[in-house]
Design a protein around this ligand. Structure first.
Ligand SMILES: Cc1c2[nH]c(c1CCC(=O)O)Cc1[nH]c(c(CCC(=O)O)c1C)Cc1[nH]c(c(CCC(=O)O)c1C)Cc1[nH]c(c(C)c1CCC(=O)O)C2
Length: 367
């Protein structure tokens, strides 16, 4: 099946095998999408994980008095917040403003995002009985996503929009622990102690995640990123056996659309090869592994994204420039490089440091 056989126009036309005309061609030819496809680029594209959010005063202003999950369900607000970092920093791609737990909330899981803490689940999922609460996600459950992406792609012009979702392991870690966790002990207890229930849990989550990504692509997202933020807590053998099949299911489900698929996790130096193998076109790298070494671990045929330590932005402009140069030098031999931080923008980052960083990367890589 090719992307053109699918029953939608915008997603595939904007990004798939054959671009149509005008703005769609411009998006298809953007530095970001070209780098994802490992084609020559006019400059190294830049975007930042968590580029929308608390580092921006204009974000704090529009979010005032509105809960995080509430804000994700308001298309106008989502559109405004998603556009803010594009306007301010001139990044090469927008990332849809939402959260990895939005699809879980949408199917009726009782959870909230607590400021300064993260997602908290009222009743953790730990038994076969609990699993029944994870029903399938339909596009109707997240109609506000379709609406917001429709608005956004009109406003963005040629700038590509990245859709995203949480990967099955990272979502499972919140559901099983009931909230953020340092050691993931309940999650691992289930994974090792009841492999069958664990596999069923991850398979359910893969279905939900795939459905959520499809909604975003059909509405017009030009690429998708699967965040497996906490999977770096696993050894490669456990990843391969207990997690990878579910992530493969997600990537396979969206493959026919032909949009680039990015796969990212934190502390995943030992997993980079497997994370590429799971079906990614682009592998995200945190700051612990230099880009040239990451390329060796991932192997040929994939673009890489990364990997400036987000904490570097708290240093002097000269130090930021020097560390940026190190990333660019290490990535110089890659076929496709998308410049990003090694994890999300920290909330107290000076936004001007981010604006300078985008300009610096563009200037130093202009061809
Ligand atoms: C693990 C994870 C979550 N959410 C997400 C991940 C994967 C990315 C990663 O590893 O950082 C993904 C996410 N969450 C959010 C985005 C926005 C898009 C963007 O990158 O600009 C993205 C991509 C908004 C958000 N998601 C959240 C905020 C902060 C809430 C607020 O502004 O009120 C934002 C802007 C809340 C959230 N949600 C989550 C956490 C850990 C937190 C932080 C809690 C806190 O420190 O307050 C779960």
């Amino acid at each position: 099946m090719s992307a053109n056989d699918l029953p939608h126009a915008r997603g595939s036309a904007r990004t798939g095998d054959t671009p149509a005309t005008g703005r769609q061609t411009e998006t298809y030819d953007s530095a970001f999408l070209r780098a994802c496809r490992r084609e020559p680029v006019p400059h190294t594209p830049v975007w930042f994980m968590r580029q929308a959010g608390r580092s921006l005063p204009e974000y704090l202003k529009v979010r005032e008095g509105i809960g995080m999950l509430d804000s994700c369900m308001r298309p106008e607000l989502v559109t405004e917040i998603t556009l803010q970092p594009v306007r301010r920093h001139k990044v090469d791609a927008a990332i849809y403003f939402s959260d990895i737990v939005v699809p879980l909330k949408a199917i009726g899981i009782d959870l909230d995002i607590k400021p300064g803490v993260g997602p908290v689940v009222a009743e953790p999922i730990r038994t076969r009985e609990d699993l029944r609460r994870l029903r399938d996600l339909t596009p109707d459950d997240v109609h506000y996503v379709t609406e917001a992406i429709g608005m956004l792609t009109r406003e963005l012009g040629p700038t590509p929009l990245i859709g995203f979702a949480g990967a099955p392991y990272t979502l499972a870690s919140y559901l099983v622990e009931g909230g953020p966790s340092r050691n993931h002990e309940n999650t691992k207890a289930l994974m090792y102690g009841d492999p069958e229930l664990w596999a069923d849990l991850l398979d359910r989550l893969a279905g939900i995640t795939a459905a959520f990504l499809k909604v975003q692509i059909e509405a017009g997202a030009s690429a998708v990123q699967l965040f497996d933020s906490w999977v770096g807590s696993l050894a490669p053998a456990d990843y391969r056996r207990s997690v990878m099949p579910a992530s493969v299911k997600v990537f396979d489900a969206v493959a026919p659309y032909g949009v680039p698929r990015i796969h990212f996790g934190v502390g995943t130096g030992e997993l980079l090869g497997l994370m590429g193998e799971a079906g990614a076109d682009v592998v995200g790298v945190d700051w612990r592994v230099p880009m040239d070494e990451a390329a060796r671990r991932v192997g040929p045929g994939k673009a890489l994204q990364g990997n400036l330590d987000p904490a570097v932005l708290f240093s002097t402009p000269e130090a930021v420039r020097a560390k940026t140069g190190e990333v660019l030098d290490a990535a110089a031999g890659l076929e496709g490089h998308i410049f990003n931080l090694g994890h999300g923008v920290l909330p107290t980052t000076d936004p001007d440091a981010l604006t300078r960083l985008v300009a610096d990367v563009h200037e130093r890589t202009a061809r």
